[in-house]
Every structure is written in C-alpha cells, then in structure tokens.
Design a protein around this ligand. Structure first.
Ligand SMILES: *[C@@H]1O[C@H](CO)[C@@H](O)[C@H](O)[C@H]1NC(C)=O
Ligand SMILES: *[C@@H]1O[C@H](CO)[C@@H](O)[C@H](O)[C@H]1NC(C)=O
Ligand SMILES: *[C@@H]1O[C@H](CO)[C@@H](O)[C@H](O)[C@H]1NC(C)=O
Length: 547
C-alpha cells in the first residue's frame, strides 16, 4: 500500500534535520587494541543492565571496569532519540533481526507463522521500547524531571480515563502505591528526547579513567579454567582478542545473548551441548523457561476527530514543532494510557493483574512491522479509517514457556528461539477475558459518545466462527497476537538446589566461579508490565551484591 514508504519519506526529512541539529560532543570510545589486557570487571553488553553496572561499579576509583558492547555507539543515529520513532526502528540495525521459529499455536496471521523478536539488547533501538520511555522512575536519576512529563498529545486521554471510571476502575499512578487501574503513561523523556540508560548512566561516567567502553566488540565466549571464569574471547574489527579479569565476568547480553554465550562456553543443557560437540563444563538449564508478553491489536474506529493521523504525523508543522519546541507527536511514543487489570478476580481483590491495556491514540500500520500475511494486511488496510485508536490487550503472566538453543557452534549464527506462544490453553482463556472486558469498556457512555466501533476486528478469521464468539476471539488471538518484545527468564535465579535454576540468589552461575548474569534473563517469572525498569533494578541490586 506504500503507506510505510510515505512515512519513511517524512521521517527521512526529520532524520536529516535531527542529524544537523545533533552535532553534540562525541564521547571518547576506545578501540580494543588500546585497552589493557586485564580488568577487575568485564561487562558483556551495554544495554540497560550493562550501562548501570558499568557506571556504578566504576564509581569506586580503585576498581577497573571494561564494558564490551557488540553494537556501535549510541549517538550515531539521531532516530534513536525521537520518541515517536519506535514505529520506524524495526528491522534496522537497532535490533538483532532475530526471528522466532515458526509457531505451532500462534502467529497464524503472520508470514511463516513467526515473528521478529527483539531481545532488549539495545534499549535504544527496540521497536517496543516503551519500557525505556515509560520506565518507572525508581532508578534515582532525574526522577522529578521525568515524572512530571505526561506526554499528552491528543484529547483522547480524557475519554480513556472517563470510560474507565464509568466501569469502576481507579485512575492511578502506576509507579505509585496502586498499580491496578488506568493511568496516563509516564515517559522518561527529557526535553523531548528519549532518555536511555546509556545516556542517563553511562555518559556522565565516560571520562572516568578506570572505565573503558568499547563498542563493536562481539564477545563470543567466556574463557573458563578449572571452573573459574578468567576472561572473555572477543571479536573486534575482524580480529580475535583475549581479555582477562582479576575478579569477574558479568554477562548482560540479554535474554538471547547471555544464554547463547553461556552455551557456547560449555554451560548449558548437557544433551544439547553434547549434540553440538561442545565440551560440557556445567550442566544447567540455560535457555529454558523463556517467557514473553504477547499483545493483541484491537483497532477501533471513532466518530470524532483528533487522533494521530498519518497526515498529521507527517506534516511540516509536526516536524517543526518537535525541533523548535520539543513538543507535538514526535515528542511522545503515542501510548497515552496504560491500564493494568485483573480479569478474573473481583476488582481490587489484591491479585496481580493479568492483562495490560495499552491505548494508542492513532492507528498504527501494524502489518508493516509484524510481517502480517499479505491477505490479512490488505484486508485491514482497506478498511482502516483515518480517525481511531488502538487498544492493545497484553498478556502479563503467560503460562506458555519456550526455550533458546544454539543453531550451531558458530557464535555469529543466530540461535533457535522458540517461545512456544499460546501452547497453554490458560493463556487463551485470559486473552478472552481481556477482550470481554475491553468490549464492556467500549460500551460505556463515554466511548459510545465518540462513536467507537469494533468492526475492524471482523477480518478473515470470521470464516470459521460467529463474530466475537469465544471461538472467534481464540482464532483472532492465534492469528494476530504478537510479541511485545519482553522476552525474559532464560537464566532463572533461585535456590542452587532447585534444578530449574541457572544462577543463585547472588546471580552467580552455579558451579562456576567469577561469572554472573545480570539482565532480564535471571527473572524467574515475567513482571506485570514493561521489563526495562525491573532490569535496571536487577543491575542496581547486583552492584550492591558485588561490592
Ligand atoms: C502456519 O500455521 C497454519 C495453521 O496451523 C498452517 O496451516 C500452516 O501450514 C503454517 N505455515 C507454516 C509456514 O508453518
Ligand atoms: C457519528 O456521529 C454522527 C453525527 O454526530 C451521528 O449521526 C452518528 O450516529 C454517529 N455514529 C456512531 C456510530 O456513533
Ligand atoms: C463481517 O464482514 C463480513 C464481510 O465483509 C460481512 O459479511 C459480515 O456481515 C460482517 N459481520 C459483522 C458482524 O460485522
């Protein structure tokens, strides 16, 4: 339909302007041949966790820290800094271009029944990085600057909250005492720019003599001698280097990267490593227990104007507004309201929420970034109205679990990622309850007044079932639910005697000395929301444990 290419054109102009205006001072990064051969701490991965670790550990000036980052440095691409640009960052160098395996129970509406899965290695680049923007401020940096920033850019926020109140939900601050309810989204945006951990933590620390940050360094394995991690093997500029540690190697390479490095280093499920001919150093369930949030798009039509339209998004006014005043559509990720609800228990029954609603005040062209099947994509686009909003139904505590395995011994070969989405029937039931609640929400007086209609849900899957029956919703979910890109839990933390755990409560890899995992891989179960803030907290706690 060429819709994305139009958008791409508008964005290219914006990028050009952004580039000219972002001639900020470049930080001094190092190249690997210039760093020394031994550090107290070697941190692998410069995402949320790695940036926090590097910054905090290097606060002690008698400690030397090396941060190895596989990607380039952050300021290279101005697009990363524009909040609304998450629409356009998919399938770029910003993520690793990982795909899941073809799914047996889900993704039937997607090409090849599989989806792209960003692993949160680069927070700055992931498509669904609301986490970063919506990060929960509990990190002790610039909280006050950020918290006050509710990026309201359309009048829809009022309707969303009024309709929620009609149903009896509370309007809350989801980072405050009460979590359940509807809330205006809070963004970690400063002056209209995304504030990533790399900006917030790393840049201020960059000039410390005891901290070295080396981008474009792909760590391929941990060097282990007699069950002690003594260093890492890293490829940089086409050459192989060995760098050693006097204290620890810390893996913060993400939910896919950390288990991949561990398995290549000989730490993983014995039968799998045997199969690939990798000598087993520790037989641990690395890569198991993979969990991820799925989200279901529910696109609605409305009878009023004021939502973010394609035309509005691409107007020169929008671009000018952003660059002159840091306001307008580009300054906001456009997810204006988030709700966390428990669809099973009576309201406020002190149970963890099982569903999140994400209300986005415009109609995103979903298919272009989730690779919808052409027939479904065309059907949706041909009915897509100009004015409307999207209500995503997100499954917070999936029962379905998958795993990550090596495809080969080649560290540059992307691993086999099988989340096994929707393999547990319980997840379908939760989704159905979520959709039922959303239907009620759409029937409130407030929503009826703006003429909300769910007719856009009537797509090709209707052939087999009555529109909006349980069977219909199940079929819709199995076709249309896609990843929210919050994979977690592949190196589970827990008591060492529990055979399902990989790291102990001090985050040490069981049976190996001098090796920790510090990222979302260690979460035993997914948290009830976006995982960036919990990941930052894991890193903060790790620093306390390590020092
Ligand atoms: C995708 O799933 C559908 C439904 O189970 C199946 O008919 C189809 O063959 C699958 N396609 C691929 C490429 O696996
Ligand atoms: C939309 O608004 C028009 C004019 O106010 C009204 O006639 C029509 O019934 C509305 N449609 C819906 C679906 O609410
Ligand atoms: C769904 O769409 C089909 C095909 O356009 C149409 O025949 C049918 O009446 C619609 N059903 C509902 C409930 O809107």
């Amino acid at each position: 339909m060429g819709m994305m290419s139009h958008i791409a054109l508008g964005i290219s102009a914006a990028v050009l302007v952004a580039y000219l205006m972002s001639m900020e001072k470049q930080v001094n990064y190092n190249i690997l041949s210039e760093v020394r051969k031994k550090y107290d701490y070697i941190i692998v991965g410069g995402g949320s966790a790695g940036a926090v670790l590097a910054s905090r550990l290097s606060e002690k000036d008698d400690v030397t820290v090396l941060l190895l980052e596989a990607g380039g440095e952050e300021s290279e691409t101005p697009l990363y800094h524009i909040p609304a640009a998450w629409f356009f960052l998919q399938k770029t160098e910003a993520d690793w271009g990982y795909h899941t395996e073809s799914q047996k129970f889900s993704h039937f509406g997607l090409k090849g029944n599989r989806s792209i899965l960003n692993a949160m290695i680069y927070n700055r680049g992931s498509r669904y990085d609301y986490d970063n923007w919506a990060s929960q401020g509990c990190t002790g940096w610039g909280y006050d600057d950020v918290l006050s920033y509710h990026a309201r850019v359309t009048p829809f926020v009022d309707y969303y909250l009024k309709a929620a109140e009609e149903l009896g939900f509370k309007i809350v601050d989801y980072n405050g005492e009460e979590f359940e309810g509807f809330a205006e989204t809070q963004f970690t945006i400063r002056n209209g720019e995304r504030s990533s951990t790399s900006k917030a933590f790393l840049k201020p620390a960059m000039n410390r003599p005891n901290l070295r940050v080396v981008p474009n360094s792909h760590v391929v394995k941990v060097i282990i001698d007699q069950k002690v991690a003594i260093g890492v093997e890293v490829i940089h500029g086409g050459r192989k280097y060995h760098i050693y540690t006097s204290k620890e190697v810390i893996l913060s390479a993400g939910v896919i990267g950390s288990p991949q490095i561990l398995m290549i280093s000989g730490i993983g499920p014995k039968s799998h490593l045997d199969h690939l001919g990798i000598p087993v150093i520790a037989d641990l369930p690395v890569g198991d227990n993979l969990q991820d949030h799925l989200m279901l798009p529910v696109l609605t039509r409305v009878n009023i104007t004021g939502s973010v339209t394609e035309k509005g998004m691409l107007s020169w006014w929008t671009i000018t507004q952003y660059y002159l005043f840091s306001t307008g559509y580009f300054s906001s990720p456009l997810v204006e309201v988030l709700a966390h609800v428990n669809t099973k228990k009576a309201m406020y029954a002190k149970a963890a929420p099982d569903i999140q609603f994400m209300l986005i005040s415009g109609l995103p062209k979903v298919g272009d970034y989730v690779e919808l099947r052409d027939d479904i994509m065309n059907e949706i686009l041909s009915n897509l109205p100009e004015e409307g909003f999207a209500a995503y139904v997100c499954l917070l505590h999936p029962k379905s679990k998958g795993n990550i395995r090596l495809r080969s011994r080649d560290p540059f070969d992307s691993p086999i990622i099988d989340p096994n989405y929707l393999s547990d029937e319980e997840d379908i039931k939760t989704f159905i309850r979520g959709v039922r609640l959303l239907e009620k929400y759409m029937q409130t007086k407030t929503m009826q007044k703006i003429g909300v209609s769910l007719d856009l849900l009537n797509i090709t899957v209707r052939d087999a079932h009555d529109f909006l029956s349980d069977a219909y919703v199940e079929c819709y979910v199995r076709h249309m639910a896609t990843t929210q890109s919050h994979p977690a839990s592949t190196c589970k933390i827990g008591p060492p005697e529990d055979p399902s755990t990989v790291v102990d409560p001090q985050l040490r890899v069981k049976g190996i000395e001098g090796l920790r995992v510090v990222d979302a891989s260690v979460m035993p179960v997914l948290t009830s929301g976006n995982i960036n803030a919990p990941t930052i907290m894991i890193a903060e706690r790790a620093v306390d444990i390590i020092l």
